[in-house]
Design a protein around this ligand. Structure first.
Ligand code: KG4
Ligand code: ZN
Length: 336
């Protein structure tokens, strides 16, 4: 095994083109290009996303090398997001990783994006102990994971329909806010009253989640109020955002408490784009005090899609000798 181990990592599963350089588990650079063009479509346009990945991947990788101070000749392997994600977007990152590795005569490492979100909690110096629980909340997934070792994870529960990020984004759309609406709801919510309005909360068995009923409840409520006052949303935007955010967060926290109580695990992490939400971060801190949890929240740049999390996962796979074959292709869906 070489010492130090230096990896290049590529993330391109959705609308972020990202590259990171890692040395012995330490992130040296993490460059992220976010495709803002999708705002005008109200969601990610897959074909446009693939084109933009092709345009940006080389400059993003070059910048990651510059910031790391490492030469491309000193890289030992290339980790890339293999699944899940938009197939056209994944193929750009995977194709780039394989071409780069082939040219340099080094192996590639295929990484599962959801596993990587969980392991973003192992980037900081202060790390959770195994086993830990992770609430992974992104635009496409909502899962409670039991992580027994870096590459040994079990999905305890997940959403039966919409993901938490989707619930944020679709609610934002109903309020007339642009895509992605999650961060905007977060901003307005900070000025509003979380108890101003109440919305339906589903009663799902076990560790599962459901957000489609919440969405419908918000839709019917807004339709009824707009009939009475067409400016209802504008007049109550802060309170609406605070109440919607509060509803989503309380559904998430309730299940996390249940999972911690029933497994006896007290090291609790959050991950994924929605873990950037200030209300969720605060709720985790407050719940941690009451439940006596050791809590771990990734830095903002490691919450939404980024290559540093692909790099840290690639590092553990490297240590485990888990390399990808040239024939390994991208996959839109996958579990780990
Ligand atoms: O993990 P991520 O970057 O991409 C996926 O793998 O899906 O997550 C994106 C999701 C979007 O739904 C976005 O609205 C949400 O994360 N998000 C937020 C915040 N920042 C990003 N949701 C609520 N509050 C935020 N501050
Ligand atoms: Zn993600």
């Amino acid at each position: 095994m070489p010492s130090p181990i230096r990896l290049l990592a590529i993330e391109s599963s959705c609308d972020e083109t990202s590259a990171a350089v890692l040395e012995d588990g330490k992130v040296l650079s993490n460059v992220i290009y976010t495709q803002t063009v999708h705002e005008k479509y109200g969601g990610v346009m897959p074909e446009e996303a693939s084109r933009l990945h092709i345009r940006h991947i080389v400059p993003v990788v070059e910048e990651a090398f510059v910031q790391s101070g490492i030469s491309k000749h000193d890289i030992n392997a290339v980790a890339y997001t293999q699944s899940p994600g938009l197939i056209g977007s994944l193929l750009v990152g995977g194709g780039f990783a394989k071409s780069f590795a082939q040219a340099m005569g080094i192996p590639t490492i295929a990484v599962n994006h959801m596993q990587a979100h969980v392991l973003s909690n192992l980037i900081a110096d202060k790390k959770p102990s195994f086993p830990f629980l992770c609430l992974t909340v992104s635009g496409g997934h909502t899962q409670i994971i039991q992580c027994n070792a870096p590459l040994d994870m079990v999905v305890l529960g997940e959403t039966l329909d919409d993901a938490a990020g989707e619930a944020f984004d679709k609610s934002a759309k109903m309020l007339g806010l642009p895509y992605p609406g999650g961060p905007l709801i977060d901003n307005y919510a900070q000025l509003g009253n979380p108890s101003a309005f109440t919305f339906a909360k589903p009663n799902i068995e076990g560790y599962g989640f459901s957000f489609s009923g919440v969405k419908t409840s918000i839709l019917y409520f807004l339709q009824a109020e707009k009939k009475k006052d067409e400016n209802f949303i504008e007049k109550n935007l802060n309170d609406l955002c605070a109440s919607i955010q509060h509803t989503i967060i309380s559904i998430l926290i309730k299940k996390l408490i249940k999972a911690s109580k029933e497994t006896g695990i007290k090291d609790i992490c959050i991950a994924g784009g929605v873990s950037a939400n200030s209300g969720l971060r605060k709720a985790i801190q407050e719940t941690a005090v009451k439940q006596k949890w050791n809590y771990f929240i990734p830095k903002f740049e490691y919450c939404t899609d980024n290559a540093a999390m692909i790099a840290i996962t690639g590092y553990y796979k490297y240590l485990n000798n888990e390399f990808a074959g040239m024939e390994e292709t991208a996959s839109a869906r996958s579990s780990f």
